[in-house]
Design a protein around this ligand. Structure first.
Ligand code: PLP
Length: 453
């Protein structure tokens, strides 16, 4: 920090403050974690200066032997850890990994057959008329993904994201009575819609998904099954999610982030079967900028850590903690979407439980040293900005060694804050979905306890 501070002291100060915040507050954001010092150090070094477009042993730049070493290692650890045929470790983020996957499927299922039909080997050799037809064909493809308010992700075909502009998308929701994915309804929807891609995976669904059934449905309608396991990759790596709940043996293509429950550096990754390997490897420069060798080095370190037996224990404790948090919250009267959890996250319906919007609850908790994020719940009356939910996840606090008894205490702290918080008003005195009022003494006492924990 002294070296950084000598150049731009405000950056050094911001880093110091960030470390303090991450130590003093309770980090319950379901997508965050604490990467190990080894992972962080592997990321902050001279690899950052190297260009390495291409793949291992086949680069568009000279001098890539050390990048080859770390990229090959990261891919090997990923293949071994997840039992995947192929791993592509270049994506810079989860969104980038999803884009690689979409274009790999489009290349495999739309472009390749079109080239074959026209008898042309290279896309550059297509006539202008054929090229126009192929571009239209790209734009006519369909995707079926989980709806946002059921826990899906923007990149699964929603309009504000490029995926929604690329694909004609329909989404499947959850059963209003149970909050669970209804596979029969999904099957009927897939039969009627006939998508090219079915996307499974979520950011805010507190239960498991049966990928065997998802693959059956995909096969029945001729779709490719893509699973975005960004949130639960750590639970797959840690062998908590096995059999029907492990996406890797079932999906043709699996994407993930590396920084959430997997506890690696910020980044993304694609796993796939042999049929998509070549197309996936074209991710850069198809949709990705040049690889980040320093991040690939950190991915190799983090994936090596995840192959240690202790990671399986970590993954089990994430879910134990999540269940303990759910029980602690429900015992104190909170309503949870689906009535509990099977994974690393819980979704608290704060509108029903405490008469707050998600935004008010998020701020009241932040005032009290508890960092969460607001999140829409199914059929959310407050929409995607204010929301009626708070998402809480346990990967980060589990990394810090907190266990089930601390989770019960944290449930009590959350309940205390949300019970004390009240909806506030705008500057004109009208009801506000953003403002909240919280007794300073409650905020102070809970912050102190959060700090001690
Ligand atoms: N996919 C899912 C399911 C996610 O929850 C997220 C992040 O929240 C992403 C993709 C995007 O990841 P990134 O922020 O690394 O692009």
């Amino acid at each position: 920090l002294d070296v950084i501070g000598a150049v731009e002291p405000r950056v050094a100060d911001a880093i110091r403050q960030e470390v303090a915040d991450q130590r003093e507050m309770l980090k319950l954001i379901a997508s965050e974690n604490y990467a190990s010092p080894a992972t962080l150090l592997a990321m902050g070094n001279w690899f950052s200066d190297k260009y390495a477009e291409g793949t291992v042993g086949r680069r568009f730049y000279a001098g890539c032997r050390n990048v080859d070493t770390v990229e090959a290692l990261a891919a090997e650890h990923a293949r071994e850890l997840f039992g995947a045929r192929h791993a592509y470790v270049q994506p810079h983020s989860g969104i980038d990994a999803n884009l690689v996957a979409f274009w790999a499927v489009l290349a495999d299922r739309v472009e390749a057959p079109f080239l074959e039909k026209t008898g042309v080997r290279q896309i550059n050799d297509l006539s202008e008329a054929d090229w126009a037809e192929l571009r239209q064909a790209f734009g006519n493809q369909r995707m079926l993904g989980m709806s946002l308010d059921a826990g899906g992700h923007l990149t699964h075909g929603f309009r504000p994201n490029i995926s929604g502009k690329m694909f004609d998308q329909r989404s499947y929701g959850t059963d209003p009575a149970t909050g669970l994915v209804d596979y029969d309804a999904l099957r009927a929807q897939a039969r009627a819609f006939k998508p090219l891609i079915i996307v499974a995976g979520y950011s805010a669904y507190p239960r498991l998904i049966n990928f065997r059934i998802m693959r059956e449905i995909a096969d029945e309608v001729g779709a490719t099954l893509m699973v975005d396991m960004a949130h639960f990759a750590g639970l797959v790596a840690g062998k908590v999610l096995t059999g029907d709940f492990d996406p890797v043996p079932h999906a043709q293509i699996v994407t993930t982030t590396t920084h959430k429950s997997l506890r690696g550096p910020r980044g993304g990754m694609v796993l796939c079967d042999d049929s998509l390997r070549d197309q996936v490897d074209r991710g850069c420069p198809m949709v990705l900028g040049g690889p980040l060798p320093h991040v690939m080095a950190a991915k190799a370190v983090a994936l090596a850590e995840a192959r240690q037996p202790s990671f399986q224990d970590y993954a089990r404790r994430i879910v134990d903690n999540s269940r303990a948090l759910a029980e602690g919250l429900m015992r104190r009267g909170a309503t949870l979407v689906t009535g509990g959890t099977d994974n690393h996250l819980n979704l608290i319906d704060v509108a029903t439980s405490y008469g707050l919007t998600g935004r008010q609850a998020e701020q009241a908790l932040l005032d009290s040293g508890i960092v969460t994020n607001r999140n829409a719940i199914p059929a959310d009356p407050n929409g995607a900005w204010y929301t009626s939910g708070i998402r809480v996840g346990t990967p980060a606090l589990t990394t810090r060694g907190l266990g089930t008894s601390e989770m019960d205490e944290i449930a009590a702290l959350i309940d205390r804050v949300l019970t004390a918080a009240e909806p506030g008003t705008t500057s004109k005195g009208t009801p506000s979905k953003a403002q909240h009022v919280l007794d300073a003494k409650v905020a102070e006492e809970v912050s102190q306890r959060a700090h001690d924990l």
